[in-house]
Design a binder for this molecule. Structure first.
Ligand code: ZN
Length: 478
């Protein structure tokens, strides 16, 4: 397998995934192309349909997705889950519920900050809009995804001549100065917005046409093949139109938006697909769980702190138990036997800010996934997980390189979905992820080869977790 192939597929994936909705749709498309079938959470009988196939996925809010396979149960009863968790969301600017603004001849769109973005990087970028739209069709309200792709907005910086201090320190107000322009007011806009002020008879909120720029609604409607009066509501976010690309003299880097955490989302999906094509460890259900809302604390119906994963694991277990053909260990024993890899991006060492890293822990790009360790449990990794992961990475002739990261004692530390999921599920967990620079910038930098490394690591995890476990006996007898 060439190293470049998964990296190019990843770049294609990221360019088509400007929002969590698009990421989930693209993950679902990858899975469907490899024989996975959709289950619906609202279907009371989906547990019974597990016998109909061996590869499944289920979504929540169209922005979180879980996929798993029962192939490993053909030869052996359920013993454990091998889970890779990641997140589908990234910091961004979201169009406000009432967004239409004009000022000094400019059309503007009011936006709300989502997550902890490096917002100064959003200035002077060519921005477009994408997201989920609810619209009326044939007396139903339907949902569709849009990506306008064209550069319809921009947040302009102030000229240096008008702010001499900006070359030393760039400061701005997130409410009043992080406000995109979307063109110039024309006579047409004036008459159009006047005529749309009237309240529609069938809505209790001000008509959507009075809340947003008519030009923006027209573009969204055109993309969906509807008229703008059919739009009911939406979640639209801004994104950079510059596509992700390989970079560097040897094309050894990736310059891209949303590496955090579509990198892990893609690698987990590809790892699961490849493992299912090869061989799943006997008695293991391999599973990926990709959540929305990590960037804002995971506390939502589809976030990692919801019961989405927990209930899905229970439904899978009950379905296999109800089938009666296998005698299963207790559910809690299965949980204790399982392992969660919490996959999220890591901070690679920055050549211009190398002192921000602890001396002996400086992860490098293209040197493989980084195991994240924190004594204060901002990361859930422990020595048992590290021992297991090393075994898993070492299978086959080409081992996957791994690196270690711990934050300096005088530095703040990020966190992941790992500790919360680990506590809630009572499942051993290890935090890891590919190294990158500029986390939460609109344009991040990662390593090309790390895509291949992470895909291989997750594939091996699903293929060899059972074997690796049998080679360990770490329970202390008292
Ligand atoms: Zn992240």
């Amino acid at each position: 397998m060439s190293i470049r192939r998964p990296a190019m597929e990843f770049i294609n994936f990221i360019n088509n995934s400007p929002t969590p909705y698009h990421a989930v749709a693209n993950v679902a498309a990858m899975l469907k192309a490899h024989g996975f079938v959709q289950l619906k959470e609202s279907d009371p009988s989906w547990t019974r349909s597990l016998s109909s196939n061996s590869k499944f996925f289920v979504t929540r809010n169209d922005s979180s997705i879980i996929a798993f396979s029962t192939l490993g149960l053909l030869s052996s009863p359920l013993n454990s889950f091998a889970i890779v968790g990641a997140h589908t969301d990234s910091p961004c600017l979201r169009v406000k519920p009432v967004s239409s603004k004009t000022a000094n001849g400019f059309l503007q769109v009011a936006v709300e900050t989502y997550g902890g973005g490096l917002w100064h990087t959003w200035f002077d970028r060519d921005l477009s809009v994408a997201g989920r739209v609810l619209y009326k069709k044939d007396n139903f309200i339907k949902a569709g995804l849009v990506d306008l792709k064209d550069p319809i907005m921009r947040i302009p910086t102030l000229a240096i001549h008008l702010n001499r201090e900006a070359s030393n320190k760039f400061e701005f107000n997130k409410e009043t100065q992080l406000l995109p322009i979307a063109g110039l007011v024309s006579d047409n806009d004036a008459t159009k917005s006047d005529s749309l002020d009237a309240q529609s008879a069938e809505t209790v909120l001000p008509d959507i046409a009075s809340r947003h720029l008519p030009g923006l609604l027209d573009r969204v409607a055109r993309e969906l093949g509807i008229t703008s009066s059919d739009i009911v509501d939406f979640e639209l976010v801004l994104h950079d139109t510059q596509p992700a690309t390989l970079g560097g003299l040897q094309s050894e880097l990736i310059f891209s938006p949303r590496l955090d955490n579509l990198n892990s989302t893609f690698c987990a999906t590809e790892g699961l697909i490849q493992a299912c094509e090869a061989n799943i460890a006997p008695g293991i259900v391999p599973l990926i769980s990709l959540f929305d809302h990590e960037e804002i604390g995971s506390e939502s119906a589809q976030g990692a702190r919801s019961h989405f994963l927990k209930t899905t694991l229970k439904r899978i277990y009950c379905s296999i138990a109800d089938d009666g053909s296998q005698s299963l260990p207790d559910y809690d024993a299965v949980m204790a036997n399982s392992l969660l890899l919490s996959a999220d991006m890591a901070h690679g060492v920055h050549p211009n800010y190398a002192s921000k890293h602890e001396d002996a822990h400086k992860p490098a790009l293209n040197k493989g996934p980084v195991i994240k360790i924190n004594a204060n449990q901002r990361y859930a990794t422990n020595s048992v997980g590290i021992a297991l992961l090393q075994k898993i990475a070492g299978f086959e002739s080409r081992p996957v390189p791994l690196q270690l990261f711990v934050v300096r004692n005088d530095s703040p530390c990020g966190s992941t979905i790992g500790p919360a999921l680990s506590a809630d599920l009572g499942m051993p967990t290890l935090d890891l992820g590919n190294p990158q620079l500029s986390m939460h910038s609109i344009r991040e930098t990662g390593g090309r080869d790390d895509i291949d490394h992470a895909v291989n690591l997750y594939r091996k995890f699903f293929m060899y977790y059972g074997t690796a476990k049998t080679e360990m006996s770490i329970d202390i007898e008292y």
